[in-house]
Design a protein around this ligand. Structure first.
Ligand code: C2E
Ligand code: MG
Ligand code: MG
Length: 531
């Protein structure tokens, strides 16, 4: 009996596993039990009769025999069941451990952390405060990919040995994909002590590590979220801490950052907006508005600037300066650029005769669009397909488009110019502007940003600069368009300084294509003395 119980213990120690299929295992036991039972029933009475000769003793012994059978088989069942259940327990404990602890460091993994941290939060008092710190190694995949996973693993194990002693007794440390997670009771870190703790972690990671004769340098980025303000569950705090890492990684790495709610909302808003924009693009819900550009001396329309318009179901009318910036970040801008370019080429085709046959249409091309070779070949095929006079289409680009990818941008500007398009440098004078570009760029038109127009007559120095730009454009033989003309004083100043072309609310707001057509017709009739 003792031996049998010892066997069960051995199973545990030696981690013996269950072998064979459970059905056949059970069947084996059943068959043995039945055979033993049959032999017992068939032979035991004969053996008993051979030993005992008087009838009363025989009956008494038979009762003992019955009891013996029941007790022995019961014990046997107990031992077998216990040993089998022990194996199951060993295996299930092993599985649970594997599912909840990191094999490399033996630290709780994300599943276990969820349980542990949620139960700490559940048991907390109302004034308890905690911080969750997610630490991510910067570019750790480089270590794994360049040096191999075994080096990466050893590095993690070494870092674990160094950071683990930094935490206080009740704090929790766990492992997560590319780094570690700390959950600390803020009672232990009053005032700036949490910052000191973060600095300590940073310092202990930012060292040189020697692994298998390789000297490695590692940096880490940490995101911090706090209970209760950033969430009251591990998953929420974890999400917030990772969002904080994201916020920081947009600016740099190797530092720590506390989760900021409004920034996070902005990101969510951005994602929602981009999803909606994609749908709107698929459904062809984006439109173009057209703002007239005037030749100011004769007060005649010479062209229109096309400006994209989008009505979002959630955000209402969104300014292109916002959604264009977001779509440049997400790559959606390629679809927008294609849409704008093809729409303008089509409109130019529609306007190839009648009053508008000489009207120029200007379009805005994004920095990414200008660098996009695929778009360039599409433009070339549209030009052939629609058989348009490309001289009456102007492509507006900004200086940022040039800075981003100078060589390709210049190559594509030449390409567009060779196709016949005219090129305008938009928003000149806003942000980063360089006069040196003007000599070298293949451009025909300079569009002066409305920040200059706004200050006409208000800022003497700026008026002088504006005059200088007007003269410079003249000398370089560039057509000059002033944006943002809002009143008659501004227009008069520009006319006085020999500036020919203007665009702005004074002349007309961006409007639908059918109104633009009406404007051209009216302008044409006025010029021909019909009105
Ligand atoms: P932009 O190309 O400089 O366009 C001129 C902007 O100034 C337009 O704003 C226009 O409505 C506005 N504007 C015109 N006259 C006046 C005025 O007298 N006063 C004031 N305060 N504003 C005036 P919008 O349509 O909101 O576009 C903003 C920017 O978004 C554009 O600046 C351009 O950079 C970009 N954008 C617009 N449409 C497109 C497009 O189809 N593709 C690309 N890539 N960018 C576009
Ligand atoms: Mg423009
Ligand atoms: Mg502009």
């Amino acid at each position: 009996m003792k031996r049998l119980l010892g066997f069960a213990r051995q199973l545990n120690e030696k981690k013996i596993s269950l072998q064979g299929k459970p059905f056949f295992e059970a069947l084996r036991f059943l068959i043995i039990y039945l055979i033993v039972g049959i032999i017992w029933i068939m032979w035991s009475d004969q053996w008993l009769a051979a030993i005992v000769d008087d009838y009363d003793s025989f009956i008494e012994m038979q009762t003992y025999k019955g009891w013996f059978y029941v007790v022995t088989s019961g014990l046997l069942f107990f031992v077998i069941l216990q040993s089998r259940l022990t194996v199951l327990k060993v295996l299930s404990d092993k599985l649970i451990h594997q599912a909840t602890y990191d094999e490399l460091t033996q630290l709780p993994n994300k599943n276990k952390l969820t349980q542990m941290i949620d139960s700490v939060i559940e048991d907390s008092e109302t004034d308890d405060r905690y911080a969750l710190i997610c630490m991510d190694f910067d570019d750790f995949s480089n270590v794994n990919e360049l040096l191999g996973y075994h080096i990466g693993d050893q590095l993690i194990a070494s870092i674990n040995r160094r950071v683990k002693p930094l935490i206080k007794e009740d704090d929790i440390i766990g492992r997560d994909s590319d780094g570690f997670v700390f959950f600390v009771d803020l009672k232990n870190y009053p005032e700036d002590q949490l910052i000191d703790f973060l600095e300590e972690i940073k310092k202990s990671v930012n060292q040189s590590w020697s692994i298998e004769n390789q000297i490695l340098f590692v940096t880490c980025t940490m995101g911090v979220s706090r209970y209760p303000q950033d969430g009251d569950k591990f998953t929420e705090l974890y999400k917030a801490a990772n969002a904080a890492i994201h916020q920081l990684k947009e600016k740099g790495k190797n530092d720590y950052h506390f989760f900021a709610q409004d920034y996070h909302l902005k990101r969510i808003e951005r994602v929602t907006m981009m999803n909606e924009l994609r749908k709107s693009l698929d459904m062809h819900e984006l439109t173009l508005a057209f703002q007239p550009i005037y030749q100011m001396v004769e007060n005649r329309i010479i062209g229109f600037e096309s400006l994209i318009r989008w009505q979002s179901p959630t955000f209402g009318k969104v300014s292109p300066s916002i959604f264009i910036e977001y779509s440049e970040e997400t790559g959606l801008i390629h679809l927008i650029d294609e849409f704008v370019f093809e729409s303008v080429i089509r409109l130019r085709k529609d306007w190839c005769h009648g009053e508008y046959k000489d009207i120029m249409i200007s379009l805005n091309l994004s920095a990414k669009g200008l660098a996009n070779a695929q778009l360039m070949s599409k433009v070339e095929s549209w030009v052939q397909q629609y058989e348009i006079d490309t001289r009456l289409i102007q492509v507006e680009i900004t200086e940022t488009a040039l800075i981003a990818n100078f060589d390709i941008a210049i190559e594509h500007l030449h390409f567009l110019r060779n196709l016949g398009f005219s090129i305008a440098l938009d928003d000149f004078g806003s942000g980063y502007s360089s006069l040196t570009y003007l000599q070298t760029l293949p451009i025909d038109t300079l569009k002066i940003d409305r920040t200059f127009t706004m200050n006409i007559g208000l800022d003497v120095k700026q008026d002088i600069i504006l005059e200088a730009i007007i003269n410079l454009a003249d000398e370089l033989d560039l057509k000059l368009v002033i944006e943002g003309v809002e009143n008659v004083q501004q227009r008069d100043f520009l006319l006085e300084h020999q500036c020919l072309y203007g665009q702005g609310y004074y002349f007309g707001y961006p409007t639908e294509v059918k109104n633009a057509v009406e404007l051209v017709k009216k302008d044409f009739e006025e010029a021909n003395g019909k009105i």
